[in-house]
Write a protein that binds this ligand. Structure first.
Ligand SMILES: [Zn+2]
Length: 693
């Protein structure tokens, strides 16, 4: 059975979801969830929410899907404990450190890998399974064949987004909001800059980053046949009326197996951005996927009608069975729920009937009146002694009492083991000036002066190394050469990547830089050492320690961390930060070039988006793929502050070259040597000083 998983940004939205047929809801509590601007739940209302849901047969998934700093760890531990004791049915997690905390503190509560983990391949799913997760929420960019392939081979459950807003960038890999205004998408504060207007080259009031809302309502049978466990409706920030409409419509489609025009009209009325798209699912990527929100007012009468589906009503979702005995000397009523729980009440002693005796039919009719309760009576067995009677009020009271008992029983929390988290040992990291590492995007950037630097690592894209064996062999013999893998590699691309890894290994490459969980197993199978890149979003000591346990050679810390956080994080393996370069703010499945002109001109370079303020965002691609990487126009610059970096305990600082030509590369090396002062016109300190919300 496909699970229908609905959003609950508030108690009202929760009721809207439950009363309209959700099998499960997901919600946030306190500070650690990806929708900080939703109303969300407090520890107290979380407990009420879980009871409300469990009584009605609905599971509760708690979103814990943000990156968590070391200082926040004790708070997140409290929340994990409280949520487990409140009876939540699963945690949805992004941060690798938080995965470990959940597994350790509350081993009885399943952990689901959030879409913020950017898992988009079978190898990524397998890794999550190995870490004890029982479900993964796949990246939204996968097509139906890819989803089916993963489902067929996955050892754990797969959840996919079926309806609602789509992010332009792969979730978990978007730093646009953080870079523009310090509001991190990875910390639940996304300000949705992708909904703003941009132009190509100069501002044009176009919307190249605003996708229509996803809608897979016509694909539910196919998704179920593939073995998808759960379909997720997006919308924790949306109104309860929206949640009610979308949940009810999807429930109807699942129950009736079809989609009618009025159902589509309801979805459209609830919310749309110039219609809907299923482009990722069908694999038809392109301009038709894009749209913006147009002003429109829902008719108040329609909104009121929607509210009637959940305000002050009980839609009797839980099927129950009664067994009633009205005998000469006693009466009793027992209720059974679908899970086999049962409760019994004893009623008053029946009296001999003076006029009309109680019949089985009239007793059944009375017991079936469960309206206004969470229960729906589907079966009544009765034994009635002929010639006796029991007052209607007495029967009603028995029915009420036994259902109240059942309600309390269903709301009762199962006991679950709670453990203490294990402390991460503190490793301060090396003292003194960090080594220099350099990453290039093009072959031309490998200038003689760059190669003369005493580099701790030289990161070169895998496709460049594999495509030029002479270059690869030469570099590998002279420098600590590391092959850079694309961050996004779908399953059908993996054989090519694996072959390239084998090829460069034969040419002397010993290590790879990996920014996605899905690539760990393939890199290990190729016999290469692993260095962790920023895409893994390593934000705390526990996550670094996890990489240590997996024998990573090094970790690039999240560039959303502040310098004090970087200084204080436990460095169980050599840690690196990016100190120079245009930070990648987004990686997109859609080719921004192709969406502009109709053909992919990815290789020609020079392309950029420009926002209203004139800020520029150059675009390159992810590895050799046609996926676009949106870069910050202003370069991160710390070359003048070497003294500050020397206090951090980091192994290395990385010069990250993207759009630079060879002359600019050499200029950066001179700037590094001369401690050239910071130019605020072209450069930024990034988030290392101001941090993110
Ligand atoms: Zn392209």
């Amino acid at each position: 059975m496909l699970e229908l998983l609905a959003p609950a940004g508030s108690m009202e939205a929760l009721r809207a979801a439950v009363q309209n047929g959700a099998d499960a809801v997901y919600l946030g509590c306190g500070a650690f969830n990806a929708r900080q601007s939703a109303q969300n739940f407090t520890p107290q209302t979380l407990m009420e929410a879980v009871k409300y849901c469990h009584v009605r047969g609905v599971a509760v998934h708690l979103t814990l899907n943000t990156l968590v700093s070391d200082r926040e760890e004790s708070q997140v531990c409290d929340l994990i404990r409280h949520a487990a004791l409140s009876g939540v049915d699963a945690f949805i997690v992004q941060d690798l450190g938080v995965v470990e905390l959940c597994r350790r503190i509350a081993p009885g509560v399943p952990v689901h890998g959030s879409t913020q983990m950017t898992v988009h391949s079978l190898a990524g799913v397998r890794l999550c399974a190995a870490w004890g997760m029982t479900r993964v929420v796949l990246s939204r960019e996968l097509n139906r064949d890819e989803i089916a392939y993963i489902c067929q081979n996955s050892p754990i459950e797969i959840e996919v987004f079926a309806h609602g807003a789509l992010c332009m960038g792969y979730s978990g890999q978007c730093y646009l909001s953080a870079a523009i205004g310090g509001r991190s998408g990875n910390r639940g504060r996304c300000a949705q800059p992708c909904r703003q207007s941009y132009g190509y080259g100069r501002w044009e009031n176009r919307y190249p980053l605003s996708l229509k809302d996803n809608c897979l309502i016509r694909e539910l049978k196919a998704l179920e046949a593939m073995g998808v466990a759960s379909i997720k409706l997006e919308g924790r920030m949306k109104r309860p009326e929206y949640v009610a409409t979308v949940t009810a419509t999807y429930r109807k489609a699942m129950n009736e197996g079809g989609v009618t025009r009025p159902m589509m009209q309801d979805l459209t009325r609830a919310f749309n951005r110039q219609g809907f798209t299923n482009g990722y699912y069908t694999g038809r990527i392109g301009r038709e996927m894009f749209g913006i929100r147009e002003d429109h007012q829902e008719p108040p009468s329609w909104m009121a009608a929607v509210r009637q589906s959940y305000e002050g009503v009980e839609n009797g979702r839980v099927d129950i069975k009664f067994i009633a005995n009205v005998l000469a000397d006693r009466s009793s009523l027992t209720v059974f729920d679908p899970e086999g729980r049962n409760c019994t009440v004893v009623g008053p002693r029946p009296e001999p009937a003076r006029t009309v005796a109680l019949t089985e039919d009239s007793l059944k009719d009375r017991l079936r009146k469960t309206g206004g309760t969470p229960f729906n009576c589907v079966e009544v067995e009765t034994v009635v002694e002929p010639g006796y009677t029991l007052a209607a009020a007495a029967i009603n009271a028995m029915r009420r009492d036994v259902l109240n008992q059942l309600t309390a029983l269903r709301a009762r929390r199962e006991s679950t083991p709670i453990n203490k988290p294990v402390k991460v040992p503190h490793y301060p990291g090396p003292k003194g000036a960090p080594e220099i590492t350099a990453q290039v995007t093009t072959r031309e950037q490998l200038t003689p002066s760059l190669l003369r630097l005493n580099l701790g690592a030289l990161y070169v894209p895998l496709h460049i190394l594999a495509g030029d064996p002479g270059l690869c062999r030469d570099l590998a013999s002279r420098l600590p050469l590391v092959a850079v893998l694309p961050r996004i590699v779908h399953d059908d691309e993996l054989p090519r990547i694996a072959a390239a890894l084998r090829a460069v290994k034969a040419l002397g490459v010993r290590e790879a830089l990996v920014g996605n969980l899905g690539l760990l197993i393939p890199v290990r199978e190729a016999g290469l050492g692993i260095r962790g890149d920023f895409g893994l979003n390593i934000y705390n000591s526990r996550a670094v320690n996890l990489l240590r346990e997996m024998e990573f050679k090094s970790a690039c810390l999240s560039f959303e961390m502040t310098l004090p956080q970087i200084r204080d994080v436990s460095k169980g393996i050599p840690c690196e930060i990016i100190s120079y370069g245009r930070l990648p703010l987004m990686v997109t499945e859609n080719c921004l070039f192709k969406n502009r002109t109709g053909e992919c001109t990815c290789n020609q370079g020079g392309a950029k988006l420009v926002d209203k303020t004139g800020a520029e965002f150059p675009v390159i691609k992810d590895g050799a793929s046609c996926r676009s990487v949106l870069l910050n126009g202003k370069k991160l610059f710390w070359l003048d502050r070497q003294d500050d970096l020397a206090k951090l305990g980091i192994w290395a600082e990385r010069l990250y070259f993207t759009t630079e030509n060879p002359r600019e590369v050499d200029g950066v090396i001179r700037a590094f040597r001369d401690h050239t002062p910071f130019d605020p016109g072209a450069c930024t300190r990034g988030l290392y000083l101001r941090g993110v919300e």
